[in-house]
Design a protein around this ligand. Structure first.
Ligand SMILES: C[S@@+](CC[C@H](N)C(=O)[O-])C[C@H]1O[C@@H](n2cnc3c(N)ncnc32)[C@H](O)[C@@H]1O
Length: 319
């Protein structure tokens, strides 16, 4: 996730890459890094800093959102000769990279999961609760299902299960009931309308909590529309194969569902002898970062390092 501040740019949003110091210090500790794979290019914030700090690396940046690819290509123009941008879901892009001859092997791989603030701020796809925008939430226009398709057609029990499982929302049943009631009179078309319906469905005290009562339902819809958890799981299985010996894989996640998948995938890869855990517990942003960039507060950074010499898929890997 990115933080954002008004700064008078064309879209009025400036992206603040999360845990950048930690990411840079991991990457800078590598001896002669030659390739970085950035699975979530987003606004190109981490990419700009990494390309600057590592002047001899080639950089492959992946993003499912064509707008993110266009924006970051513009921002990273100065590095164009070292940069390849792939507009695809990261699990599919990694599978494709693995089939290349020779397959690329990265000194450093980064996943900064979730949503970028330009998507939240001005994507026109209804990621933000307050937005009077179509309820879409697809990172890629090729995804089969929009959030509006789900809220307007799923059965009440399925909606409630989705909101409970992917949103970890305790009022999932009330919210699902309110959605089904509301759509009987009129199709739910916009993000702001859905947020309003949810606000009316939960107990009054829940409306005044730290987060908006619709936040968890929006998270659940976004996860379902983009198959976010399935993609993290597949990508975590593929990523170690694309690391060079000694290469580092770093993942920043923003909610417990993602973090759990990353934690288990890393533990399995370590058990299989493919990687070593760099730390047992995830790193988190410091107070100063949280104060200057509040959306960073839920970030968790986990990292593993591929063994220097190992059999199997790492044998003979070059970058
Ligand atoms: C938090 S942002 C990355 C921000 C970036 N690190 C920066 O500093 O600007 C996450 C990005 O990942 C993309 N994304 C999320 N899930 C994806 C997936 N499964 N495949 C490819 N891109 C994905 C989103 O479109 C978004 O642009």
């Amino acid at each position: 996730m990115d933080g954002w501040q008004e700064d008078g740019t064309s879209r009025g949003v400036r992206h603040v890459p999360v845990m950048l110091d930690e990411v840079l210090s991991l990457a800078s500790a590598l001896t002669s890094p030659s390739l970085v794979i950035d699975a979530t290019l987003g606004a190109g914030g981490h990419a700009a800093a990494l390309l600057e700090a590592l002047p001899s690396v080639r950089y492959i940046g992946i993003d499912a959102d064509p707008e993110a690819c266009t924006r970051s290509a513009e921002r990273l123009q100065a590095f164009a000769s070292r940069l390849e941008i792939i507009n695809a879901y990261y699990d599919e892009a990694l599978a494709m990279l693995r089939e290349r001859t020779p397959a690329p092997h990265a000194s450093f791989m980064l996943f900064d999961l979730g949503l970028s603030m330009f998507q939240l701020g001005a994507s026109g796809r209804g990621f933000s609760l307050a937005a009077d925008e179509p309820l879409d939430m697809r990172f890629s226009p090729d995804a089969p299902l929009s959030a509006a398709d789900i809220v307007n057609s799923w059965r009440e029990e399925d909606l409630a299960d989705l909101i409970y499982r992917y949103g970890e929302e305790r009022y999932s049943r009330r919210i699902a009931r309110a959605i089904v009631q509301a759509r009987r009179t009129e199709r739910i078309q916009t993000a702001s309308r859905l947020a309003w319906i949810i606000g009316g469905a939960v107990p009054p005290q829940y409306r005044h909590g730290r987060i908006h009562p619709a936040t968890r339902t929006f998270q659940a819809l976004r996860i379902a529309v983009n198959d976010e958890l399935g993609r993290v799981e597949r990508a975590m299985r593929l990523a170690p194969d694309l690391l060079a010996p000694g290469g580092i894989l770093a993942v920043i996640s923003f909610h417990s569902l993602e973090d759990r998948i990353v934690k288990h995938a890393f533990a399995e890869a370590a058990k299989a002898g493919r990687v070593e855990l760099l730390w047992k517990k995830p790193r988190e942003p410091g107070e100063a970062e949280i104060a200057s960039n509040p959306p960073s507060r839920s970030a968790k950074l986990r990292a593993v390092q591929a063994r220097e010499t190992t059999a199997g898929s790492l044998e003979g890997a070059g970058s």
